[in-house]
Ligand binder design. Structure first.
Ligand SMILES: C[S@@+](CC[C@H](N)C(=O)[O-])C[C@H]1O[C@@H](n2cnc3c(N)ncnc32)[C@H](O)[C@@H]1O
Length: 236
């Protein structure tokens, strides 16, 4: 299971030191402002949800995540927003009492990587094929017909070290695996390792991803505008 427990304490520091631009991500979701109820799958510490909550555009905003420590930080961040709800859930058992107009994942359970001119490929925090099927099977039950699924787009992953805002060095190393790749995350304070986390990811070619998503009623909709942050799928 892709638990972010080791990283949770340092997650915000790492991510807000230029890893993601949360303002731009949230603004990109604003393109779908006709949606009333929205769901983030793999919401982590709630950094995207916070931006969306401040916009006061959506009636109901729900975030789910399987890492208790990440969600505890999100709870603190978002407790003043009565239209935001959080739920500790693994996507493969997703169970919520309502349907959503839109679900999205940016670096959450699933995302796409675009490497130069090559076709996007799907990256999943779920390593087995069975779990990916089960995850989309549960998700589709929570999205209304003609509702949207937005899966974030990221650049290629590579090894690097970078000083983050607390002066520590964030480091990531990527190695190939049978089903995709393995990512080792570190945070170093001088020679002391403050955090270390290893995650296994599976990958699907674009054709495989389309087939997988279509099995659960999600049809790829090439963007009409130049939305470079998400690929859009519509629930049939
Ligand atoms: C890189 S973080 C992204 C968090 C957030 N979307 C953001 O942009 O900061 C990935 C999150 O996905 C969650 N996650 C991974 N696998 C999951 C699963 N099977 N079900 C629910 N959440 C999952 C992890 O716990 C983690 O918090």
């Amino acid at each position: 299971m892709s638990s972010y427990t080791p990283m949770s304490h340092y997650y915000d520091t790492i991510m807000t030191s230029g890893y993601y631009n949360y303002e731009i991500i949230a603004n990109s979701i604003l393109n779908y402002m006709s949606a009333r109820k929205i769901l983030e799958i793999g919401c982590g510490t709630g950094l995207i949800l916070e931006k969306l909550a401040h916009m006061q555009v959506f009636d109901t905003i729900v975030g789910v995540d399987l890492t208790e420590e990440m969600l505890a930080i999100a709870e603190k961040r978002l407790h003043l927003f009565s239209h935001v709800k959080l739920s500790l859930q693994n996507i493969i058992d997703l169970s919520l009492p309502e349907e959503y107009d839109l679900a999205f994942s940016y670096g959450g359970v699933w995302y796409f990587v675009i490497d130069g001119d090559r076709e996007p490929f799907l990256v999943s925090h779920l390593v087995s094929d069975v779990d990916n099927h089960q995850g989309f099977a549960r998700l589709t039950k929570h999205i209304r017909p003609q509702g949207k699924l937005l899966l974030g787009i990221q650049g290629p992953h590579f090894d690097y070290n970078k000083v983050v805002s607390n002066g520590m060095v964030y480091s990531q190393k990527i190695s190939p695996s049978q089903r995709g790749f393995i990512k080792d995350y570190y945070l170093l304070n001088g020679s002391e390792i403050m955090m270390q986390q290893t995650l296994h990811y599976s990958t699907y070619s674009f054709a495989e991803a389309q087939e997988l998503l279509e099995t659960y009623g999600f049809k790829y909709k090439p963007a009409e505008t130049t939305n470079k942050l998400f690929l859009e799928f519509e629930k049939l």
